[in-house]
Design a protein around this ligand. Structure first.
Ligand SMILES: Cc1ncc(COP(=O)(O)O)c(C=O)c1O
Length: 404
C-alpha cells in the first residue's frame, strides 16, 4: 500500500488567497450590484509592453519555420538571455556574476520553493515574519520545520525574525544561528527595503557563521532610493554565501508568461562541493527549460525600447502606490512601504485584527486587500494593499476608504 508524504498533512489551513477568494465570491454573489475593487493579490494588470509583444511575435514566426525552429532549450537557458541578464542586471551595477552562473526558469515561485532541495533536511531555516509563504511551506513539505503550533502560528524548527514597526520592518540578526536565511527585499508583504550597509551585515554574518542567504529580489525594479541594493551581489563577500532569485513577473508583467532566474555563484561551496553543480544537476534532471518564445520575450526586456517601456510601466504602478500612501496617510492610517515596492502595509485601525479589517473593508468600501496575519504572526493587525491595479480603480478604492 502506498504511503503519503505526511509532511503535506502538517500544512495548516487553506491557502491565504483561496480563503480571500471564497470570501469575496460569497460577498459578490450576495451583492451583485456592488463594484468590488481588488487590491489584494500581487498580480499585475497592465498589458505586456509593445517591445515584448514584438519579440514574441518574431519568435513565434521562427518556431513556424524548419530552419529556425527550436526544440528543448539548453539546461541553463539560452545564452542570448543569460548574457543580457549578466550584462544588464549585474555588470551594469558593478556585480561580478557571469552568464554561466545564471539558471533561467519559469519564475521565482518555483525556484524559491525548489531551492531547498539541494540542502540537507538537518538545516535550520530562518525567515522574516511576516513572510512570502512559499519559503516556509516548501520547507514544511520537505520535512524541515518540526511541529506546528496552532496558537502561535509558528513551526518549532523555524527561526522567525519579526519585522515590526519598531525595527522598521527590517529583520535583526537572529540569536539562534540558522543554516539557511531567506531574505526578500524590496519585501513582500511589507513593502520595506534595507540599505546596502544593512544587507552587508547579513552577508558578513552568513560568511561568519557558514550560512547561505537565499535572496529574493523579485521586486528590485521598484527601488527608487539610492543606497538600496538591487542585488545582494552589490555586497562584498556575497559570492561565497548568497543565492539570488529574480523574476520577470513584476518588472515586466510576466505573471502569465512565466520567466525568472536563479543565480548560484561558483564560489558558494559546502566543503569542496559547489552548490552550482548541485543546482545544475537538479535543474537538468527536473526541468526542461523555459520556452524559446518566452526567453526571447525576456531578452526584449533589456532592449532599448523594452527598458524605456518597462520603466514607464513600473512608474505607472508606483504612481498608484504614492496615491495610496498619501491618501491613507491623510486619512489618519499608519502606513509604510510603497516607496521602493508596489506594496503598502497599513495598520488596521481601532484595534481590529487583520481579518476583521478585511471584512470591514470588503463590506463598507467593497475593496479587497490581504490580511497581514496570512503572512505570519507578526503580520497580525496589519493589512497589505497592492499598487498593481489600474489607476482609476486605485483612486476609487482610496477615495472609498477615505470616506469611511
Ligand atoms: C517575494 C516573491 N517572490 C516570488 C514571487 C513569484 O514570482 P514568479 O511570478 O516569478 O513566480 C512573488 C510573487 O508574488 C513574490 O512576491
Amino acid at each position: 500500500m502506498f504511503k503519503l508524504n505526511e509532511n503535506y498533512l502538517k500544512l495548516p489551513g487553506s491557502y491565504l488567497f483561496s480563503t480571500i477568494g471564497k470570501k469575496v465570491n460569497a460577498y459578490a454573489s450576495a451583492h451583485p450590484d456592488k463594484k468590488i475593487i481588488r487590491l489584494g493579490i500581487g498580480d499585475v494588470t497592465q498589458p505586456l509592453a509593445p517591445a515584448i509583444i514584438q519579440a514574441m511575435h518574431g519568435a513565434v514566426d521562427e518556431m513556424g519555420r524548419a530552419e529556425t525552429f527550436r526544440g528543448y532549450a539548453p539546461d541553463l537557458g539560452y545564452e542570448f538571455l543569460r548574457n543580457a541578464i549578466a550584462e544588464n542586471d549585474y555588470k551594469a551595477r558593478g556585480c561580478d556574476v557571469s552568464a554561466d552562473e545564471i539558471f533561467v526558469s519559469d519564475g521565482a515561485k518555483c525556484d524559491s520553493g525548489n531551492i531547498q532541495e539541494i540542502f540537507s533536511l538537518d538545516n535550520k531555516i530562518a525567515v522574516c515574519d511576516p513572510v512570502y509563504p512559499v519559503y516556509v511551506d516548501s520547507n514544511v513539505m520537505a520535512g524541515r520545520t518540526g511541529v506546528y503550533d496552532d496558537v502561535s502560528g509558528t513551526w518549532s524548527d523555524v527561526i522567525y525574525m519579526p519585522c515590526t514597526e519598531e525595527n522598521g520592518f527590517a529583520p535583526e540578526l537572529p540569536s539562534q544561528t540558522p543554516d539557511l536565511i531567506y531574505l526578500c527585499f524590496p519585501n513582500n508583504p511589507t513593502g520595506a527595503t534595507i540599505y546596502k550597509e544593512q544587507l552587508q551585515e547579513w552577508v558578513d554574518y552568513a560568511n561568519r557563521t557558514g550560512a547561505v542567504i537565499i535572496y529574493d529580489a523579485a521586486y528590485e525594479a521598484y527601488i527608487s532610493e539610492e543606497d538600496v541594493p538591487h542585488s545582494i551581489y552589490e555586497c562584498r563577500g556575497a559570492r561565497s554565501c548568497a543565492i539570488e532569485l529574480r523574476s520577470f513577473s513584476k518588472n515586466a508583467g510576466f505573471t502569465g508568461v512565466r520567466l525568472g532566474f536563479t543565480v548560484v555563484p561558483k564560489e558558494l561551496k559546502c566543503g569542496d562541493v559547489a552548490l552550482h553543480s548541485l543546482w545544475a544537476r537538479r535543474h537538468g534532471t527536473k526541468y526542461n527549460g523555459a520556452p524559446y518564445i518566452v526567453q526571447r520575450a525576456g531578452e526584449a526586456v533589456y532592449s532599448a525600447e523594452g527598458s524605456v517601456q518597462l520603466k514607464e510601466q513600473v512608474a505607472y504602478y508606483m504612481n498608484n502606490a504614492h496615491y495610496i500612501l498619501k491618501g491613507l496617510r491623510e486619512a489618519g492610517y499608519t502606513v509604510s512601504g510603497g516607496v521602493n515596492a508596489p506594496y503598502i502595509w497599513l495598520k488596521a485601525p481601532d484595534g481590529m485584527s487583520s481579518w476583521e479589517f478585511f471584512d470591514y473593508l470588503l463590506e463598507h468600501a467593497n475593496v479587497v486587500g490581504t490580511p497581514g496575519s496570512g503572512f505570519g504572526p507578526s503580520g497580525e493587525t496589519y493589512f497589505r494593499l497592492t499598487a498593481f491595479g489600474s489607476y482609476e480603480n486605485t483612486v476609487e478604492a482610496v477615495d472609498r476608504i477615505r470616506a469611511l
